[in-house]
Write a protein that binds this ligand. Structure first.
Ligand code: GAR
Length: 197
């Protein structure tokens, strides 16, 4: 029986599109919901165009009460009965309580070669450090930010004339290859990390 996948996003959702498009044929999973903390997120429209159910829980009315926001989000999620939760450009920090509900079933993509550059501005930091290789990581989500068992990494070169924007674009292309590859293995119960060059 195929695994049910919910995807959380905050922005344009290009990783979500790559994930949804990958889940066809003999892939072990299918998308059941795309949800966002931003009702205006471009990714919600793109999900609808792909025929995937969507939900939005605006985080702003919950200001100061992260747990209440997460409870509302959790309600939407459990209604879709997902087996796996994929964070794909979801830009809200999750509380340990939410993470505990999904631990072992939740993946995140981060635009750096973890453990390097947790948090934001990863590409500018890689360039400032003089790195010649950058990339992205898919990991299981645990209570520590941008931590948890690494399920896959993809590397790209850093060019001498790169800006944060040009590097971000190259890494994003690698993200679109890495995340579907990791999800396919994860959904099949294969813990072997994916390594892409
Ligand atoms: C991606 O680069 C993803 O790695 C990053 O946000 C972007 C979302 O793009 N995520 C993080 O920085 C999480 N800390 P997308 O909406 O086009 O998939």
């Amino acid at each position: 029986m195929s695994r049910r996948v919910a995807i959380l996003l905050s922005g344009g959702g290009s990783n979500m599109v790559a994930l949804v498009r990958s889940m066809t044929g003999d892939h072990p999973a299918r998308p059941v919901l795309v949800a966002s903390n931003d009702p205006a997120a471009g990714g919600l429209t793109r999900a609808q165009e792909l025929g995937v159910a969507t939900a939005a829980v605006d985080h702003r009315p919950f200001r100061g009460d992260r747990a209440a926001f997460e409870d509302a989000l959790h309600e939407k999620l459990i209604a879709a009965r997902p087996d796996i939760l994929c964070l794909a450009g979801f830009m809200r920090i999750l509380t340990p309580g939410f993470i505990a509900r999904w631990e072992g079933r939740m993946l995140n993509i981060h635009p750096s070669l973890l453990p390097k550059y947790r948090g934001l501005n990863t590409h500018a930091r890689a360039i400032a450090a003089g790195d010649t290789v950058a990339g992205c990581t898919v990991h299981e989500v645990t209570a520590e930010l941008d931590d948890g068992p690494i399920r896959g990494q993809a590397t790209v070169p850093v060019r001498s004339d790169d800006t944060a924007q040009s590097l971000a674009a190259r890494v994003l292309t690698a993200e679109h290859r890495l995340y579907p590859a990791v999800l396919a293995r994860f959904a099949a119960g294969d813990a072997t990390p994916v390594t892409l060059g």
